[in-house]
Design a protein around this ligand. Structure first.
Ligand code: ASP
Length: 470
């Protein structure tokens, strides 16, 4: 097979005859001459069919969005036709032959600027939408940022370790998506809301520097810019303090911005830190946008928020006024700060107990959060007792964690970044859907494959599931 020539490299072939595989982005028939814009995954180039060219007949037949094989000469453009603002703006492809590899229907929306196109149409035809320059850039940069983080952490001794997607249902926290088991009829797996328990179990297993680009699933009511599945950059380490985790993450973020987004400016280094109480008092929110110039999208204002309360009151479902039980604010596995352990153990002054939880905020968005974990099983049990669980419920829901911690678990802690959100800010997009290649709608629908969808009666039978019509 001949080595394929990519459009971004065409400049190397000035004065030569070459062949490229390309898509026709635009075609302007001027009668005697025809102009084209061709693209492949690497770039774009202008093509021209000169008057009386042998390629003219075929060039009259091809249409926009056809996949073609083009043979031609790479010529330097005459000085007055050069366009330094576009890639390959100083060369053009003089077409000698153009052959159709596959034809195309007219596509449902133009790709030059998709920002005003109805988003549902873009999502239904995502594979076309992804051909646009902007979405191509977002997908490529998503990969570049992931790759950067992977290399950075690997260089520092971290392992990326995959954890299961078919996991155990837990009654706590946000709602999980469940998956019925056929072999064990009547039972269900749950898709993980985060790899929290697995990553802690990896610490027990002595993999003391773990990370993962982890797909997480939360079945929440559609609320603003949420996706039912999203990606976390999840990380955990053993024998560390809050300071260690925060410093590592801060350095990673700074290096990432400097290397991959040099045009951006970080407002303050080291990142400022505020306690939850202070931030609430000053801004009335725990994720304030502290940019000095809020219209500057290249300004990045990171902020650590620390010292979150460990518990808050929950109202029961029917009576929101009457808060009865305590629940955790962020993560039941977090450890209270040392100075509150006495109150924690005796179950006193619960509202005042502060946790080791830290959140990282960027330009008004929470882009990550984590904590030092409660690695002592007796102390962890206390958290659930404060939440009003009896021993049976604790055993049922968390017995496996308490048992694991009893085998010499090292002290550990970690963090998870909302990777889509970080990328959205770095790419100056308004929604995380713009940086997720195959995003779902705000209502959690995949318009392209039409999911969620009904399943066949036979499948339901095999799963012993009966739908009840109300
Ligand atoms: N697993 C936690 C979350 O998803 C983050 C962490 O504490 O590492 O919010």
């Amino acid at each position: 097979m001949k080595k394929r020539i990519y459009i971004k490299n065409l400049k190397k072939y000035i004065g030569k005859e070459i062949e490229i595989y390309a898509r026709i982005n635009t075609r302007r028939d001027q009668g005697k001459m025809i102009f084209f814009d061709f693209s492949d995954s690497t770039g774009t180039v202008q093509g021209i069919v000169l008057p009386k060219s042998a390629a003219m007949q075929d060039a009259k037949k091809v249409r926009e969005n056809f996949a073609v094989l083009v043979k031609g000469n790479i010529n330097e453009r005459p000085e007055n036709n050069k366009n330094p603002d576009v890639p390959n703006g100083d060369i053009e492809l003089e077409i000698l032959k153009i052959s159709t590899i596959n034809t195309s229907e007219t596509i449902p929306f133009p790709l030059e600027d998709t920002s005003d196109i109805n988003e549902n149409i873009r999502l239904k035809y995502r594979y076309l939408d992804l051909r646009s320059e902007r979405m191509k850039k977002n997908v490529k940069n998503r990969f570049r940022v992931q790759q950067f983080i992977r290399n950075y952490l690997a260089d520092r001794g971290f392992l990326e370790i995959e954890t299961p997607l078919l996991s155990a249902p837990t009654p706590e926290g946000a709602r999980s998506f469940v998956v019925p088991s056929r072999l064990d009829t009547g039972k269900f797996y749950a898709l993980p809301q985060s790899p929290q328990q697995y990553k802690q179990l990896l610490m027990v297993a002595d993999f003391d520097k773990y990370f993962q680009f982890a797909r997480c699933f939360r079945d929440e009511d559609s609320r603003g810019d949420r996706q039912p599945e999203f990606t976390q950059m999840d990380l955990e380490m053993s024998f560390v303090s809050e300071e260690d985790i925060m410093r590592l993450n801060e350095e990673l973020l700074i290096t990432l911005v400097k290397e991959l987004y040099p045009e951006k400016k970080i407002q303050e280094i080291p990142f400022p830190r505020m306690t939850y109480n202070d931030v609430m008092e000053k801004y009335g929110t725990d994720r304030p946008d502290i940019r000095k110039d809020k219209s500057d999208n290249d300004l990045l204002a990171f902020l650590w928020v620390t010292d979150f309360p460990m518990f808050e009151k929950v109202a029961d479902d029917n009576n929101f006024d009457e808060a009865k039980n305590w629940t955790f604010t962020h993560n039941p596995f977090s450890k209270p700060k040392d100075e509150y352990i006495t109150d924690f153990v005796s179950g006193e002054n619960i509202e005042n107990i502060l946790s080791t939880q830290y959140d990282i905020v960027l330009n008004g968005f929470e882009i990550g959060g984590g904590s030092i974990r409660n690695h002592n099983p007796d102390l962890l049990r206390k958290t659930f007792e404060i939440m009003g669980y009896d021993q049976k419920r604790i055993e049922e829901n968390f017995g496996h964690m308490l048992e694991a911690l009893s085998f010499g678990a090292p002290p550990h802690g970690g963090i998870a970044w909302g990777f889509d959100r970080l990328l959205m800010i770095l790419e100056k997009e308004k929604s995380i859907r713009e940086v997720i290649p195959f995003a779902k709608t705000g209502e959690g629908k995949d318009l392209m494959l039409d999911a969620p969808d009904r399943i066949a009666e036979k499948q339901l039978e095999e799963l012993m599931i009966k739908l009840v019509n109300e």
